[in-house]
Design a protein around this ligand. Sequence first.
Ligand SMILES: Nc1ncnc2c1ncn2[C@@H]1O[C@H](COP(=O)(O)OP(=O)(O)OP(=O)(O)O)[C@@H](O)[C@H]1O
Ligand SMILES: [Mg+2]
Length: 282
Amino acid sequence: MFKPSPRPCQVSGFLDGGLYELPRGRFRQSNLFLEMCRIDDAFVKVPSFGGLDYHNRYLWSDVRPDHPIRFAEAMELKANIADAFVKYPAFVAFADLSRDIIIDVPSLETESPVGFLLQRRRFLQQIESLTVPDARLAHYLLIHRLHYERLREIGWVGIPESRFCYFQRIRSRFFGFGRPTYTVLPGIVQQPVRGTALWNMYKPALGDLADSWKEYRGIIARQIEPLLQEETVHFYDWNPKNFILDSADGRVWYVDSKPTTFAGREENQHNLYGIRSFFLRR
Ligand SMILES: Nc1ncnc2c1ncn2[C@@H]1O[C@H](COP(=O)(O)OP(=O)(O)OP(=O)(O)O)[C@@H](O)[C@H]1O
Ligand SMILES: [Mg+2]
C-alpha cells in the first residue's frame, strides 16, 4: 500500500494525503515537536513523540492547552472534522476513520514518576502499533494544511511549497536484526529555502545585528511589518530561526510549518519583542 518515496526527493514528487515509505535519512529532533531531515531537494518533517503527544492531548481532544499563541478555530476542531474532510478528501482517501483509537495520554500529573513512565510506554506502544492512517493522523495533516493555506493567503513573506502526506517508518530493532516495526506517521515535505535566518544575523556581544546585515534591515522590515496586524500576528511563531532572508533576491521566507495552536504564547511574545527591537524600530 505504501509507495517508495520518489528519489531524488522533491516536493513535486509527493501528493497530499499520499502514502509513502519514509525516505531514508538521519532524522533529528529540531526542538520539541518535530524530527526532520534534509533529503535531496526537500525538508521532510515528521512529529516527534512530543509532537504527537501534544496533538493528541490538546488538539484532538476537548482539553484546552494553557497558553497557546492562539486557540483552534472552528474548522480545526475535531467536532467539525467531517465538514473539513469534505473539502479535503485526499487526507481521508487511505485513512481508516473507524479507527478512532483512544490513546491514554501520559500525564505529568500522574502521582508517581513510575506511573508516568508506564503511561508513556503504553502511549509509545499504541503509536507504534498503527499500521494505517486513522482519523487522528488525518486531523494532524488537515490542520497543517489549513495553516499553510492561511499563511500563503496572508503573503508578504514567502511560504515554501509543501505537501502533507503519510509516511511508513520501518525500524529494525537490534542493529538491523530482529523483526522490523512498521509505524505510520503524518508528515510534511517542504521546499528548502536558501539564506540566513534572522537568528544568525544577531551578535549577542554587540547587542545588535552584525555589521554586514544592518543594510538588510529595511528590506526585512518591509516584509515583516505587515504581518504584525492584530488579525495576523498570532499565525506566526516569531522564533527568529523561522525567518530566513535570501540575500540574493531580498526575499524573507517563513519556514515553520506548525499551526500556532502548538506553541506557547509567552515565549512567542518574547521572540516578537526581539524581532521588533532588532529588525523593525530603526
Ligand atoms: N524549508 C526549509 N528551508 C530551510 N531551512 C529550514 C526549512 N525548514 C526548516 N529549516 C531549518 O530548520 C529549523 C527547524 O525547523 P522548524 O522551524 O520547522 O522546526 P522547529 O520549530 O525546530 O520544531 P519544533 O516544532 O520542535 O519547535 C528552522 O528554524 C530552519 O533553520
Ligand atoms: Mg521553528
